[in-house]
Design a protein around this ligand. Structure first.
Ligand SMILES: [Cu+2]
Length: 217
């Protein structure tokens, strides 16, 4: 489990109150959480009964269009612009998250209509290159999506543009609220950008690349 690059220390503080059960084995120590954990029955399997204080956090992600030595031809979501995301991405619970995603992939594909609409964000909108958007054409525009079905969250990432030999990334900014309670969700890109005849292989099925786990804690 990794804390996202750019996250604030407050994100770690938000873990206070989450039972030690959840974070045992993740290599994190949350001494302040011991008091509430001690009051739980030993057999408790719930991860949290308290709501952390609200907070505001922001992160910068990228979608990189290949070039990773592991799989040079696969696009991937990234925190550092070089490596895929961790298999499990962690966001604080009860937080207002502003996410900025620079997409360097210039290939727009086709998505089911559902994923051409922005959902689950504040106002069901996102800002792309400074312009507020709520939906896109389903074909030829969207290069990738960051979709968390369990949260109703769909962020569509329009293709980058080529200007001569320079790729100008699309810059998408969204704000959304995370659930008040801890939980585990799946995220997936729904533009078939992977390998195989249907585009659903390779990065589309490899955690951290075009899909993975989202942990709210
Ligand atoms: Cu994708």
């Amino acid at each position: 489990m990794m804390q996202l690059k750019g996250g604030r220390l407050a994100g770690i503080a938000a873990v206070v109150g989450v039972a030690g059960l959840l974070i045992a084995g993740c290599g994190q120590q949350q001494a302040a959480g011991n008091a509430s954990a001690a009051n739980k029955p030993a057999s408790s399997s719930t991860s949290s009964t308290s709501t952390p204080a609200p907070q505001t956090v922001s992160y910068n992600w990228e979608v990189v269009n290949g070039g990773n030595s592991q799989h040079p031809d696969w696009p991937f979501f990234s925190e550092d612009g070089k490596n895929p995301m961790p298999a499990t991405v962690t966001l604080p619970a009860n937080a207002t998250v502003t996410l900025t995603i620079k997409n360097y992939d210039d290939g727009g594909g086709t998505v089911p209509a559902t994923y051409a609409k922005v959902s689950g964000t504040v106002g069901n909108t996102e800002t792309v290159n400074g312009t507020q958007e709520s939906s896109f054409k389903a074909s030829g525009v969207i290069a990738h999506t960051f979709t968390v079905t369990g949260l109703g969250l769909n962020i569509a990432l329009p293709a980058a543009t080529d200007q001569g030999s320079t790729v100008v990334p699309s810059v998408t900014v969204v704000t959304f609220k995370t659930p008040a309670k801890a939980g585990t969700y799946s995220w997936q890109c729904y533009q078939p950008c992977g390998t195989g005849s249907d585009g659903w292989g390779g990065p589309m099925v490899t955690p951290g690349w075009m899909m993975g786990t989202l942990q709210i804690q």
